[in-house]
Every structure is written in C-alpha cells, then in structure tokens.
Design a protein around this ligand. Structure first.
Ligand code: FPP
Length: 245
C-alpha cells in the first residue's frame, strides 16, 4: 500500500466479479458456495476501497444474461442478495457508505426490490464511498432505455434532435450521478467486457487477473491500482502532449 501514489488514484473503479462457480467446483463444492465466498471478497474490497480513499466502486453482481442460469442458482443468488443486503447495511451505514443499485430492478423478486430500496434509503445521506451494485444489469438494455428516454423528451418538445450530444446520452444512463470509471477490473482469467458499462468505459484502463473472485483481496486491489498508476493515460493525445502538461 505504501507504494501507491494517493494523488493518482482513480475516482471510480468498476469490477466484473468472475470465477465464483469455477472456484467452488475446484473445491468440489456447489456453485452457490462460490457465490457465498464471493460475498466475503465484496466485503474485503469495500473495506479496502474505503481505506484507500476511492470515491466510487461499481460491482457487477448479476447480469441480464444471468437470468438464463439454472433456476436453483438464480433463486440462490436472489436469496443471497436479500440476506447480504439486510446483514451488511448497518455496517455500510456505520462506515458512511452510500449504496446504489443500477439495472432492470423491476425484474427482481418483490422481496429483493424491497431490500434494495430499504438499503438505498438508509444510506442515502452518507458522504463516503459510493457503492454501486449492478443487478439485472446490461449495458445494451441501459442504452436502449436511454434512447427511449431521449426520444420521449424530443416528442414532448423538451429537446431538439440537434441538442442531443454525448452528454445527453450520459445523463440518461443509470450511472448519470457518477463519473465514468477510470479502471475496470475483471477477475478469473476472462478477457471480455460482457455487456458491462460499454459507454462509460470508453477511456477506462482495463485490468485482467487470473485470480478467482472468492480469492480476491486488498492486495489484489492494490496490485491493480499499482498497474493502473504505471500506465500513461493519453486520451488520444501524444505522449509528448501529456508529459508537457
Ligand atoms: C460470477 O461468477 C459471479 C456472479 C454471477 C455473482 C456475483 C455475486 C456475488 C459475488 C455476490 C455479491 C453480493 C452482493 C450483495 C453484492 P460465475 O458464477 O460466473 O463464475 P464462473 O465463471 O466460474 O462460473
């Protein structure tokens, strides 16, 4: 941690938490066991992000595509979300963490929707880490929803077609309250984005690790941050332009 440059931290880190199922199967256990262990990693990473001073952390917990998994796994995950939120919210609140959920939440069971709403309400006034959990989320769904919202504004005369810019699109996404992530981490050795924050990660640094999510700890987060800090972020400019600034 002492090697981290605290002036060069990303404001927003997004994580694709992958490898719970494989980790469990490697232990000769049911896939759900991997998701339970994955919650331990969530807790550790939230603690570490708070300690390091990260402002926004977005975790991909359940994709739109995950609804197609076997019913027992989907039901197990839904119960895990409800139980975890109920159990963790008091601690999150104590640590001044503000909780958000993004995704097509209307598809979640009613009990889960209630738990999420209660968690957001209880932590709404907090000013520390903003923890954003993507549940029943997919980027293409989000972009289609944004297109609908913008079309409606045009239809209602609130906006002309010429006024539509990149910022209009950004403002109509589920992430409109947050800056774009500068660092995207994916665990468990896959080199894919899997329909996650496609618009928002235009300039994010991508970091892939073989570590399975249930094994991911503070040290792994620091490794990702050190790697991030070793990169030159040019945003399409030349290296010379960046260093002369
Ligand atoms: C991906 O691993 C993981 C998931 C689909 C679920 C992630 C959920 C958690 C870690 C629980 C988090 C809980 C809260 C409340 C934030 P996988 O099943 O795709 O693993 P595999 O690729 O090895 O099969």
């Amino acid at each position: 941690m002492e090697n981290l440059d605290l002036h060069k931290l990303p404001k927003h880190i997004a994580i694709i938490m992958d490898g719970n199922g494989r980790w469990a199967q490697e232990q000769g256990q049911d896939r759900l066991f991997g998701h339970y262990e994955g919650v331990v990693s969530v807790r550790k990473v939230v603690e570490a992000a708070t300690e390091i001073g990260i402002k926004y952390l977005t975790l991909y917990a359940f994709s739109t595509e995950n609804w197609d998994r076997p019913e027992t796994e989907v039901n197990g995950l839904m119960s895990l979300f409800v139980d975890t939120i109920a159990k963790e919210v008091p601690d999150l609140h104590k640590n001044n963490i503000k909780l958000h959920f993004i995704g097509n939440l209307a598809l979640l069971p009613e009990e889960a929707q209630k738990a999420l709403a209660a968690g957001m309400e209880q932590t709404a006034q907090n000013t520390g880490l903003e923890l954003i959990i993507a549940l029943s989320y997919s980027s293409r769904w989000e972009l289609a929803e944004a297109a609908k919202k913008i079309a409606l504004q045009v239809q209602n005369g609130l906006l002309t077609i010429d006024q539509i810019t990149e910022a209009t699109l950004s403002k109509n996404l589920t992430t409109s309250d947050f800056p774009d992530p500068e660092l995207l981490i994916r665990t468990s050795g896959e080199f894919r984005i899997s329909n996650f924050l496609l618009f928002q990660i235009a300039y994010a640094e991508l970091y892939f690790t073989n570590t399975r999510w249930p094994n991911f700890r503070k040290k792994d987060l620091i490794d990702a941050l050190l790697d991030y800090q070793s990169r030159e972020r040019r945003f399409g400019k030349t290296s010379q332009q960046i260093t002369s600034n």
